[in-house]
Design a protein around this ligand. Structure first.
Ligand code: FAD
Ligand code: NAI
Length: 464
């Protein structure tokens, strides 16, 4: 008979869960991971980070070829055609390769995959597909799902969530994105590049909530220039799905005259909520906070002995790398080591063009805590960005006025997602803006803009 007793059982095999399981096994703990999907990797690998980046990459190449960017460099592509089926095949290949890769890693590290839906039957006991299992410690890593919009029913054809938006069989004439956050702008970018008109309906007065104010303003300007129609301070009242199209009724957020918008496809992307339904958390004695999340301490302990939680199901940014780092830390704690995640330094990236990346405090948040100095440097003055004709955006560094310690870094640039890593590392090491300014950066690179922004904190950039 198969093993039913483990040192650790992890529920959920997303970036939080599968990483926790692998690390726990590496550290000598007898580990199982419960996953109800057909493939491992969770939201991120199956219907999130990976497939969305595959389509973002492919659609960017298409736009460069079809809309003259390549031609401006002397590369003439005649009769550029979109083969959407092939593009989707590329997406599925990426997902298939990576999810199979996790299965291989489970085998290599001797992690047992318990296939099926897991639910608690007691603090140290769970049931998976009718079979009882016990573990000294259980880690909840069940992730999150799309937040539904009341009155707007998702059919994954005309009204889709992010999963449906990754799989559209044809390019919609008009796509309306409800929610001007990360998913709306990334997947909106994909379909705009492939030929759709995209309208973003955002409830707040600006897109990208949570980001630095200056970044939000500049990003909206850039997206509008790209052809996005952005309707802020607007709420959706209802969606009538007529099969071949959808009529959306919208209203000013503060109330007022209603209007209708005709759409071929509506993407609902108004946030995600933690997956706790069906876990029978009551049998384990776990309670949720007001947002439906499982509260944990720095050691990822829930209020119940032997039960831990990580990733999207807990408070904090819903990001794969945050979940992964928590996965490593919780496994190390369970193995008797010291597992730590510095939640002050979690980078975030929006993979649009240009990319938008941030780490640490926004200028607004930093000012609420004390006096700050801010250095900015436009990508227009960065030689590499200018040469590549991708000069939109800027780097902004927020530092403590007295200690000069870097509190936050915000970047809009073609490769902001890659650039932000050095800012995160600098902050992790407690760097001052002067430390960054006096670090030699290779020339010509986009990253020199970070050095110049750091020099600008004390008012002495060279190239502006
Ligand atoms: P998940 O990845 O959600 O995994 C949880 C797993 O648990 C799921 O596979 C689920 O089936 C399983 N599960 C749940 N309940 C049970 C149960 N009771 N029994 C058995 N199994 C169960 N983040 C980034 O950092 N970068 C990106 O570029 C990015 N892009 C994204 C794009 C999209 C379209 C979406 C939707 C999300 C994106 N994210 C991105 C967010 C990222 O996917 C999540 O933050 C991340 O997947 C969270 O990891 P997790 O392990 O907490 O949960
Ligand atoms: P989000 O929180 O980023 O954005 C949701 C947007 O919808 C907000 O601007 C919000 O004000 C707006 N909104 C809420 N209710 C609304 C309503 N009724 N009408 C109109 N607008 C409304 O959430 P999103 O885009 O759904 O993404 C969910 C999460 O997935 C993100 O928070 C992020 O953590 C993760 N993600 C990360 C990515 C990355 O790291 N590149 C990519 C995609 C998703």
């Amino acid at each position: 008979m198969a093993d039913t007793n483990f040192d650790v059982i992890v529920i959920g095999a997303g970036p939080g869960g599968y990483v926790a399981a692998i690390r726990a096994a590496q550290l000598g703990l007898k580990t199982a991971c419960v996953e109800s999907r057909e493939t491992l990797g969770g939201t991120c690998l199956n219907v999130g980070c990976i497939p969305s980046k595959a389509l973002l990459h492919a659609s960017e190449l298409f736009e460069e070829a079809a809309h003259g960017t390549l031609a401006k460099w002397g590369i003439k592509a005649k009769e550029v055609e979109l083969d959407l089926d092939a593009m989707h095949a590329g997406r599925l290949e990426a997902v298939g390769g990576l999810t199979k890769g996790i299965e291989f890693l489970f085998k290599k590290n001797k992690v047992t995959w318990l296939k099926g839906h897991g639910k608690f039957t007691g603090p140290n006991a769970i049931d998976v597909a009718g079979q009882a299992y016990r573990a000294k410690n259980i880690v909840i890593a069940t992730g999150s799902s799309v937040t539904p919009l009341p009155g707007v029913e998702i059919d994954q054809r005309r009204v889709v969530d992010s999963t449906g938006a990754l799989e559209l069989a044809e390019v919609p004439g008009h796509m309306v994105v409800v929610g001007g956050g990360v998913i709306g702008l990334e997947l909106g970018s994909v379909w705009r590049r492939l030929g759709a008109k995209v309208t973003v309906v955002e409830f707040l007065d600006q897109i990208l909530p949570g980001m630095d104010g200056e970044v939000r303003k500049e990003a909206a300007k850039i997206f509008k220039k790209q052809g996005f129609e952005i309707r802020t301070s607007t709420k959706v009242i209802k969606a009538e799905n007529e099969g071949e199209g959808v009529t959306l009724t919208v209203e000013p957020a503060q109330g007022g005259e209603a209007q209708t918008i005709e759409a071929d496809v509506v993407l609902v992307s108004i946030g995600r909520r933690p997956n706790t339904e069906g876990l029978d958390l009551e049998s384990a004695g776990i309670q949720l906070n007001q947002r439906g999340q499982i509260e944990v301490g720095h050691d990822f302990k829930t209020g119940v002995e032997g039960i831990y939680a990580i990733g999207d199901v807990t408070p904090g940014p819903m990001l794969a790398h945050k979940a992964e780092d928590e996965g490593i830390a919780v496994a190390e704690i369970l193995a008797g080591q010291i597992g730590i995640v510095n939640h002050e330094v979690i980078p975030s990236v929006v993979y649009t063009f240009p990319e938008i990346a941030a780490v640490g405090l926004t200028e607004e948040e930093a000012k609420d805590r004390g006096e700050v100095k801010v250095g900015r440097f436009p990508m227009m003055a960065n030689s590499r960005a200018k040469t590549n004709r991708e000069a939109e955006g800027f780097v902004k560094i927020v530092a403590d006025a007295r200690s000069d310690r870097v509190l936050g870094v915000h970047i809009i640039a073609s490769v902001a997602g890659t650039m932000i890593a050095q800012a995160a590392q600098a902050m992790e090491f407690g760097a001052t803006s002067e430390d960054i300014a006096y670090t030699c950066h290779a020339h010509p690179t986009h990253s020199e803009a970070i050095k110049e922004a750091a020099m600008a904190v004390t008012g002495k950039p060279i190239h502006i």
